[in-house]
Design a protein. Structure first.
Length: 107
């Protein structure tokens, strides 16, 4: 099994339709302070071994970073760790701020 890729607009539509998808932001705290999504959970990639056990492997999870690179690595690690429904947000928060919510600062 592998993870899927989802655009910010696709994720927004799925959640608006009532799909329960946990949004995890794997950037570092200083980045999170610059721009963040209100319902995202900050779990930095650098601390993955500390927070991995807090998540339900059966839960739908979408992973976000700045541009989608770190989140892709985290998605692959989650799948290798037995998570079943994982999506990488293509383009990260940068794409989110360009296509979904222009009020989010870009950096």
């Amino acid at each position: 099994m592998d993870y899927s890729t989802i655009t910010p607009a696709e994720l927004t539509a799925k959640r608006a339709a009532g799909e329960s998808i946990r949004l995890i932001d794997v950037r570092e705290p200083p980045e999170f302070e610059i721009a963040q999504l209100a319902d995202s959970l900050l779990l930095p990639m650098s601390q993955i071994n500390e927070w991995l056990g807090q998540l339900d492997p059966a839960e739908a999870i979408a992973v976000l970073c700045h541009h989608g690179i770190r989140s892709a690595h985290v998605c692959a690690y989650l799948v290798q760790s037995g998570f079943q429904n994982v999506s990488n947000i293509a383009g990260g928060i940068d794409r989110w701020s360009a296509e979904v919510d222009q009020s989010l600062p870009r950096y």
